[in-house]
Design a protein around this ligand. Structure first.
Ligand code: ARG
Length: 492
């Protein structure tokens, strides 16, 4: 026994040394063909977080929801000058950098500041706009707050992953700083008095105030470096040829003052039209699309999750030789690991992590992640169901000459499924609600659509009430259908 432990320790020590010595081979900078690759692909994928007017925001264009704003105009010009098509991918601001580094997008145009911390991981073009920071408050508090220091003892909100969030954390005293993923959620929290103020860039503050009479903006007085108050386009580290080419476009935009002359006025028009018809009925197409994607994700995840669950349950019940024991061990480890990690982390790992090896669309990644998660829970239901079938059933089947496989397939599993039908039904209903988690990677299901409607209409609570009702209708209908089949099975 001592020999085995000694050998194991020696192997571990050797592994640690190898990682230490060879773990970080000298990074040989691959030849930069970033510009040629984009032009060969013919498409430039722009990542952005469309909750930041007038930089990027959702608007209804020709009856359809679209991402508009000055950054979109800049993206269109960059793509045109490169001779490629522009494709816009929306996601939360704090997902953009990881999406760029994992190849889910080719560039970030999202009002992003080229700070030194970010420059360590990505390359930036020249800056195209200079903003500055303000704090949005409720108009009724106009006399109460003067600048960032007035929020001592109060709560200041800012979008997670942004310069203003870091500034609020470092430059305020005795102030609770609340980070949220979505700028729209921050404004909703402000209007419902969960926050006393929301820090953001000046053009965005003015856009929210101009579209909402209950809001006002005050100076922030944040002490910011030049790089923290300007915006630039981000590319993957080492994309020198691409950055140099796009810099020519950025320099032209600045030289001809296109942002102030064309792009901001164009964005302003959408800001005005957005608040023409803000009734929820006007957005029925958006909610219908959300229901469609919610059902696609749920049905696919239930189907694949059930298959994974059956395989895992049978593996966990395997007994006998070394191979079966190994199978049982792997299945047990999988179930414990999946049930021990949050589904949001699993969704992001499949989308961004696997994205390093295979470029999976957001919808596919979401279905894979939710199926893998559901399979672990379904496996436990099925294993419990199989164990609940009287052993006499198996003995009787075997005595009739049925093999183990035939016994499981024709005698045990059908009875097990009858016993676990309510649990499987609960899993289906749970997945309808859990499918909303994929909104973080830009899948346009119900939650994502409600965020679009909120950004579009500047109305916070109404879209939330609508999707609450829609989720209840979906889950209530599903539970009625499942109960009908359960009654049929009981009388079968
Ligand atoms: N300029 C700030 C930063 O780079 C905030 C940008 C937020 N952009 C957005 N689309 N939400 O951190």
């Amino acid at each position: 026994m001592k020999k085995k432990i000694g050998l194991l320790l020696a192997m571990l020590a050797a592994l640690v040394m190898m990682v230490g010595v060879f773990g970080n081979p000298t990074q040989v900078q691959a030849a930069d063909n970033s510009l040629a690759k984009i032009q060969k692909k013919g498409v430039l994928v722009m990542g952005t977080s469309p909750d930041y007017p007038p930089y990027e925001f959702q608007a209804t264009v020709k009856g359809k929801s679209a991402v508009v704003g000055m950054d979109v105009k800049i993206g269109e010009k960059v793509a045109k000058d490169l001779g490629v098509k522009l494709k816009i991918k929306s996601m939360s601001f704090d997902s953009l950098l990881v999406a760029l580094q994992t190849g889910k997008i080719d560039m970030i145009i999202s009002g992003m500041n080229p700070t030194p911390a970010r420059r360590k991981n990505v390359d930036f073009t020249h800056t195209y706009y200079k903003g500055g920071y303000e704090i949005v408050i409720n108009k009724t508090d106009k006399g109460k707050y003067k600048n960032k220091d007035s929020f001592s003892g109060g709560t200041l909100g800012a979008q997670t992953g942004t310069t203003q969030y870091n500034a609020a954390k470092k430059q305020t005293k005795n102030t609770k700083v609340k980070g949220m993923t979505s700028q729209s959620d921050l404004i909703l929290a402000l209007q419902s008095h969960k926050l006393d103020g929301v820090a953001m860039e000046k053009p965005s503050a003015e856009a929210y105030v101009s579209n909402n009479k209950q809001l006002a903006a005050i100076p922030s007085d944040f002490s910011m470096s030049s790089s923290a108050t300007s915006s630039a386009i981000a590319f993957r580290k080492g994309s020198t040829s691409l950055v140099n080419k796009v810099n020519k476009t950025v320099d032209q935009i600045k030289k001809e003052n296109l942002v102030k002359k064309e792009y901001l006025p164009a964005a302003g028009k959408y800001l005005k039209t957005n608040t023409v018809n803000t009734s929820m009925g006007h957005y029925w197409k958006a909610f219908l699309t959300g229901i469609e994607y919610t059902l696609i994700i749920t049905v696919c995840s239930v189907f694949f999750g059930f298959i994974i669950g059956v395989l895992l349950a049978l593996a966990r019940l395997a007994k006998g030789n070394f191979l079966k024991s190994l199978l049982r061990w792997i299945a047990t480890a999988y179930v414990e690991f999946i049930r021990g990690t949050p589904m949001m982390v699993q969704v992001m790992f499949v989308y961004f992590g696997l994205g390093l090896f295979v470029n999976l669309p957001a919808l596919t990644s979401g279905i894979i992640a939710i199926s893998l998660n559901s399979g672990a829970y379904v496996a436990e239901y099925i294993r419990g169901g199989i164990n609940s079938v009287d052993i006499g059933q198996t003995e009787a089947a075997r005595s009739l000459g049925m093999s183990n496989g035939e016994t499981m397939r024709f005698v045990v599993l059908p009875q097990a499924l009858k016993n676990i039908w309510p649990s499987l039904g609960n899993e289906f209903i749970t997945l309808i609600k859990d499918s909303s988690i994929v909104s973080i990677i830009g899948v346009t299901e119900l939650i994502y659509q409600s965020n679009i409607v909120r950004s579009d209409t500047y109305r916070g609570v109404a879209p939330i009430v609508v999707i609450m009702v829609l989720y209840f209708v979906l889950t209530f209908t599903a539970s009625r259908i499942l109960n009908y089949f359960e009654r049929k099975m009981q009388h079968a």
